[in-house]
Design a protein around this ligand. Structure first.
Ligand code: TRP
Length: 503
C-alpha cells in the first residue's frame, strides 16, 4: 500500500518503566507453585541435581515459549485473542480459550487458596489451629466432605477471605496498567522478596534448619536417569512461567517498541527460579527444625501443596520459641503476595481481551469479571470444595495448559507463515536468537508436550487421580475444558467492533 495513509496506532496503555513490566511479569510467574511445589519436587528428584533438568526445561521450552508470547503480544499489540486473530484469522478462538479456562477455571480456585491464606494470616495471631493443625484444617476449617458429590455448607471465613481477595484483584486491575497493575506489583513484589529473605534468615537461626536444607540441596545425580524427574521438571517450568494462559501476551502488548524481548524473558525466568530456589531454603529449613524438635525423620514430615502450607507450617509455627505469631504472619503474607500478583494477571488478560474486541470500558469489564470470579469461586469455598479444587486443578493445569501451549506452537510455528517472530524479537535484543528457536517451537516443544500429555493420560487411566473414580476426572475435567472451548468459539465468531489491522 502507498505510504500516503499514515498507520493510526490506536492508543494503548503502556508500562511506565521496564522494571514495572518485569516485576508484573515476574509477579504473574511467581505464585504459590514456587513456594509449595518447586522445593518439594527438588527434594524428591535429586535435591540440588534437580536444577539440571529444571534449567534444561527452561532453556529448551519455558523461555522459548515466554519469548514467543512476549514477541507475539509485542508485535501485534494486543491481548491473546487479538494477537492470534492478527496472526491467523482462524485461530482467534485459541486466545479466547486460554483466557477463558484460566479466568473461569484456574483463578476461581486459586483465589480460594489465597483466601485460605488470608484466614490463616488471622489465625497466626492466636495460633488458632491448636495442638492438631491437621484436624483443624480439614475438619474445622474446610469442613471437608467425603467427595465432590457431597457439597456440604459454605464456609463463612473462607467466603469472607474470598471477598477480600477479589476486592484486591479488582482494585489492582480497575485502575489500569500503569496506575493499577504496575503500581501494585512495584509494591507487592519487593515486599515479597523482603518477606522471603526475612523468612529464610529467621529459619536459618533455628536448630536443625541446616540439616533440612542439606537434605533439600544434597545432589543425587543418579535420580536424573528417571523419566518422571524430567516430566515433572518440564511441567513445573510451564506452569510456573505462566505461559499458555495468554497473560504474557497481553503484558508484552503494553511495552514500547524498542524493547529487548529476549533479555526480558531471561530476566523473568531468572527471577521466578530464584524465588523458587530461595523458598526451598525456608521450607526445608523449617522442616529441619521440626525434625529436631519432634525427633521424627524428614520423610515423615515432608509435605507439599496444601499440606505444607496449612498443616506442616502451622505445626512448625506452634513449636517456635518467641515470636511465633510474627513468623506465621510473614509466611502467609508471602503466600498472599505471591498469589495475588498471579491472579490479577489473568484478570487483566481477560479484561484486555474484552476491551480489545468489544471496546467496553475497562472499569465495567473488571467489575463484572470480579463479581463473576467471586461467585464462581463459591463452589470451592464449600465442604466439597477441596475435592472440586483437586479435580479441576488436575484437568486445567495439566491438560488445559499443555494443549494451549501445543496449539500455540502449532499456530506460530507452522500456520502463521508471515509472522517472522524471530526477526521481530531480534530487532532490539542484545543477543539475537538463531534458527534453533524455530526448531524448538516447531519440533522440540510440541514433542515434549505430547510426551507430557501422554504420560498424564496413561497415568490417569491406570490409577485414577487421587483415588477419584476416573470417570469423575474425565467428566469434570473434560466438561470444564469443553464448555470453555465452546464459549471461546462463540465469542471468536462475534464481529470486531473495529476492523483489525492485520500485520
Ligand atoms: N505461575 C503461578 C504459580 O507458580 C501459577 C499461575 C500462573 C497462575 N498464572 C496464573 C495462577 C494465573 C492463577 C492465575 O503458582
Amino acid at each position: 500500500m502507498a505510504q500516503t495513509t499514515p498507520v493510526m496506532e490506536p492508543h494503548r496503555a503502556q508500562w511506565k518503566t521496564r522494571i514495572g513490566f518485569l516485576l508484573a511479569a515476574a509477579g504473574s510467574a511467581v505464585g504459590l507453585g514456587n513456594i509449595w511445589r518447586f522445593p518439594y519436587l527438588a527434594y524428591q528428584h535429586g535435591g540440588g541435581a534437580f536444577l539440571v533438568p529444571y534449567v534444561i526445561a527452561l532453556l529448551t521450552a519455558g523461555i522459548p515459549l515466554l519469548i514467543l508470547e512476549f514477541g507475539l503480544g509485542h508485535k501485534m499489540r494486543g491481548s491473546a485473542p487479538m494477537s492470534f486473530a492478527k496472526a491467523n484469522p482462524h485461530w482467534e478462538w485459541l486466545g479466547w480459550w486460554m483466557v477463558t479456562f484460566v479466568m473461569f477455571g484456574i483463578v476461581l480456585y486459586y483465589s480460594v487458596v489465597i483466601a485460605w491464606c488470608v484466614c490463616y494470616l488471622g489465625y497466626s495471631l492466636t495460633l488458632a489451629w491448636g495442638p492438631d493443625p491437621n484436624a483443624f484444617f480439614f475438619q474445622q476449617f474446610l469442613g471437608a466432605t467425603a467427595g465432590p458429590h457431597v457439597i456440604g455448607d459454605i464456609r463463612s471465613p473462607i467466603l469472607l477471605g474470598l471477598v477480600i481477595v477479589w476486592l484486591v484483584n479488582w482494585a489492582c486491575v480497575f485502575f489500569g496498567v500503569e496506575e493499577g497493575i504496575e503500581r501494585a506489583n512495584k509494591v507487592f513484589m519487593p515486599l515479597l522478596f523482603l518477606l522471603l529473605l526475612i523468612l529464610v534468615g529467621w529459619t536459618m537461626t533455628l536448630p536443625g534448619a541446616w540439616d533440612g536444607i542439606g537434605t533439600y540441596l544434597k545432589p543425587d545425580f543418579a535420580k536424573l536417569a528417571k523419566p518422571t524427574v524430567w516430566i515433572d521438571a518440564y511441567s513445573q517450568a510451564f506452569f510456573s512461567l505462566s505461559v499458555g494462559f495468554g497473560i504474557m501476551i497481553v503484558y508484552a502488548s503494553y511495552l514500547p517498541r524498542h524493547t529487548d524481548i529476549n533479555r526480558s524473558a531471561f530476566q523473568v525466568a531468572a527471577m521466578d527460579t530464584l524465588v523458587a530456589f530461595i523458598a526451598g531454603l525456608a521450607v526445608f529449613g523449617t522442616l529441619g527444625y521440626m525434625m529436631t524438635k519432634t525427633g521424627k525423620p524428614l520423610t515423615e514430615l515432608v509435605q507439599h501443596g496444601i499440606g505444607l502450607a496449612f498443616v506442616a507450617y502451622p505445626q512448625a509455627i506452634s513449636l517456635l520459641p518467641g515470636l511465633s505469631s510474627v513468623f506465621g504472619v510473614v509466611f502467609f503474607l508471602t503466600l498472599i503476595f505471591a498469589g495475588i500478583t498471579s491472579s490479577m494477571s489473568i484478570l487483566e488478560a481477560f479484561t484486555a481481551a474484552v476491551m480489545d474486541k468489544f471496546h467496553y470500558p475497562r472499569k465495567v469489564v473488571v467489575t463484572v469479571l470480579s463479581i463473576a470470579g467471586f461467585l464462581g469461586g463459591i463452589i470451592f469455598a464449600t465442604g466439597g470444595g477441596l475435592s472440586w479444587l483437586d479435580l479441576v486443578d488436575h484437568a486445567l493445569s495439566h491438560y488445559g495448559l499443555f494443549l494451549a501451549c501445543l496449539l500455540q506452537c502449532l499456530v506460530v510455528g507452522w500456520l502463521a507463515k508471515g509472522l517472522h517472530l524471530r526477526e521481530h524479537v531480534n530487532e532490539h535484543s542484545s543477543f539475537p536468537l538463531g534458527r534453533g528457536f524455530e526448531v524448538l517451537v516447531r519440533f522440540v516443544i510440541p514433542a515434549v508436550i505430547l510426551v507430557l500429555l501422554g504420560n498424564d493420560f496413561t497415568k490417569d487411566m491406570r490409577e485414577p487421580y487421587s483415588g477419584y473414580p476416573w470417570l469423575a476426572i474425565i467428566l469434570i475435567g473434560r466438561d470444564w475444558l469443553v464448555v470453555t472451548l465452546i464459549a471461546a468459539l462463540f465469542v471468536a465468531m462475534r464481529p470486531w467492533r473495529k476492523p483489525l489491522d492485520r500485520q
